[in-house]
Design a protein around this ligand. Structure first.
Ligand SMILES: Nc1ncnc2c1ncn2[C@@H]1O[C@H](COP(=O)(O)OP(=O)(O)OP(=O)(O)O)[C@@H](O)[C@H]1O
Length: 205
């Protein structure tokens, strides 16, 4: 369902990782590990097609990938329900009933997006994943700002509703989500920076 072969990625014209390969079939997840700055975000963005690879290939069915960054993309002047309805419409779907419970948003349905706390904002951002119906999720530190109960709830949704339904996920996380998933330490894939091709990557700033 997701096949990554010999991928080399760069940020700001500087190669950060090279030779990354893995393959995930339906229902599988992979946890990316490595120290700050190793290139987890860059790798996820490259797999998502948001920036070009230096080398290698990413194979996935068309229109199956979704990248979720630290940014939640919440519309401040729409309510929580309207935010979810907005994303559902963009993806040609309806909001499934189970997202309210899965992301603990029942009591916040009518609150304006701009009035949510950091953790509530994150829950709404993650709930979008339950709405858009993408089968390959590329998750960049999905649990930032979440309390312990919310982390468990999200991990439960991921395992049961997403992976359990045949989806796949690649997750960069510094915390243990309790998933039954292999880990890929990116440290051995650090690229030689001397093959740098340019300066700062404006599109990334
Ligand atoms: N605009 C930029 N221009 C040049 N280099 C950059 C730019 N943005 C980030 N970098 C560098 O690229 C490298 C990879 O960054 P990336 O964000 O992918 O790492 P990460 O593993 O996700 O880090 P973290 O765990 O801290 O989130 C880092 O060393 C970073 O300093």
């Amino acid at each position: 369902m997701l096949d990554v072969r010999g991928l080399a990625v760069a940020r700001g014209g500087v190669p950060v990782l090279e030779g990354v390969s893995f393959r995930l079939s339906a229902g599988a997840a992979l946890v990316l590990r490595g120290p700050n700055g190793i290139g987890k975000t860059t790798l996820l963005r490259t797999i998502a097609g948001l920036q070009p690879a230096l080398a290698g290939e990413v194979e996935a069915e068309a229109e199956t990938l979704a990248y979720a960054s630290h940014r939640d993309g919440i519309k401040a002047t729409l309510t929580v329900a309207e935010n979810l309805a907005f994303w559902a419409e963009v993806y040609g779907r309806t909001v499934p009933d189970d997202v309210w419970e899965a992301f603990d948003l029942h009591d916040l349905r009518d609150r304006m997006g701009g009035t949510l706390s950091a953790g509530q904002t994150r829950r709404l951002g993650l709930a979008r994943l339950g709405v858009i119906g993408r089968r390959v999720l590329l998750l960049d530190e999905p649990t930032v700002s979440l309390d312990a109960a919310s982390v468990r709830r999200f991990a439960g949704w991921l395992a049961e509703r997403h992976l359990g339904a045949g989806g796949v996920a690649v997750i960069a996380t510094h915390i243990d989500l309790g998933l039954d998933a292999p880990e890929l330490d990116l440290t051995p894939y650090r690229a030689d920076p001397h093959t740098a091709t340019g300066g700062s990557d404006e599109a990334f700033l």
